[in-house]
Design a protein around this ligand. Sequence first.
Ligand SMILES: Cc1cc2nc3c(=O)[nH]c(=O)nc-3n(C[C@H](O)[C@H](O)[C@H](O)COP(=O)(O)OP(=O)(O)OC[C@H]3O[C@@H](n4cnc5c(N)ncnc54)[C@H](O)[C@@H]3O)c2cc1C
Length: 386
Amino acid sequence: MTMGFDVAVVGAGISGSATAYELALRGHKVVLIDQYGPAAMASGWTLAGVRQSGRHLAEVPLAKRAVELWQDLAERLDGSTHYRQVGNLRCARDEGEVQRIRAVVAEHEEAGLEMKLLEGAAVRDAVPVVSERVLAASFCPSDGHADPSATVGAFVAAGERHGVVTRFGERVEGIEVRAGGSKSVRTSAGRYDVSQVVLATGVHGNELIAPFDLRVPFEVMSATMLRSVSTPGEPLPVIGVANGDTTLRQEVGGEFRFGGGHETWDGQAQYDPRPQVRPTTDSVLRILESVRSLVPMMANVRVDKVWCGLIDQTVDALPVIDVLPEAGGLVLATGFSGHGFCLGPVTGQILADLAEGRATELPIDPFRLSRFNSHRGHSTPVELHG
Ligand SMILES: Cc1cc2nc3c(=O)[nH]c(=O)nc-3n(C[C@H](O)[C@H](O)[C@H](O)COP(=O)(O)OP(=O)(O)OC[C@H]3O[C@@H](n4cnc5c(N)ncnc54)[C@H](O)[C@@H]3O)c2cc1C
């Protein structure tokens, strides 16, 4: 069966669900397609830190706008996001990390982000659970965290109320660009005739553009996460470290989500009914040891769940957010390199602008696919610090 829509959005993670909602709000007829369902991949596996601090400066304007949008997102969606603006503490455990934290604070203050440098006892005065081995930390009070599945669910539900048609459990197998620019999206269940396609397909970002001879240079990394049972206590900021190898946040129900670091994914996963990647014992042991050393009381929390998330890590750790003329003007967002959850609400607005054929007011030049044409191939480490 062939059906007509203005826009097909492929991928119901935070990027795609926010885009579908935004386009429907602007009056477009939208179909949102996902091979599994909402938040089935990175947007469900994530730590879900909502952070501006510690980002590449090219991403800071987007992250700042995203944080403005997070403030009343739940009200606008008439749903739950469990967003909490509790701040972000980034700790230094040795002199090298102290230098790094100082540089981050200076650079971000210059970019107009309010940050504090805490040294020595001031770190524990601010956040008493942090280990005495922490020498200094940056604190960004306007950072925070949110619940990823609730937020994606709220975008999908709000989109549906504005007319988005959802097709979950349906895999997009190919996109055909016709003379004149209209497109046909072929799925495992049918075909959609559309004017525009937005691909927000995460680690699968290259599959549907490969037939157009296009490729985003990213490597798929796996990152282990753990979740504790509900553990009472005072609300904490998101806590991490300068090199991103340890990070934790406490969900609104009291459960700690923690992890950090990553390794090249070996391709092993189970896919029924949703993709699941099992962590190695080594990665779990490393995180248990590092989190206990950073926040000693974590030794006593009870672990409930363990999983791995997959990350689309580009060589410069920046995403691709672009229109692809070589592919009939398809709109693509992928390669978020472990930072894309916070950006979700603003990514949705930018992708909606691009799908409408308009320039977006946010500075997205650094995220063009063509930047890789001249890339020298060095790789920037991914930092999962939420
Ligand atoms: C462990 C971990 C920790 C992280 N921590 C943070 C953090 O603290 N802060 C932060 O900002 N970011 C963080 N991130 C990154 C963030 O979660 C991701 O960048 C973001 O969720 C990406 O969202 P997305 O919608 O672009 O992609 P995804 O959520 O991956 O969604 C892509 C969707 O596309 C669908 N799809 C793909 N191909 C097809 C097809 N052919 N047909 C139909 N459907 C298809 C998939 O099923 C999937 O649901 C973390 C990620 C991980 C894994």
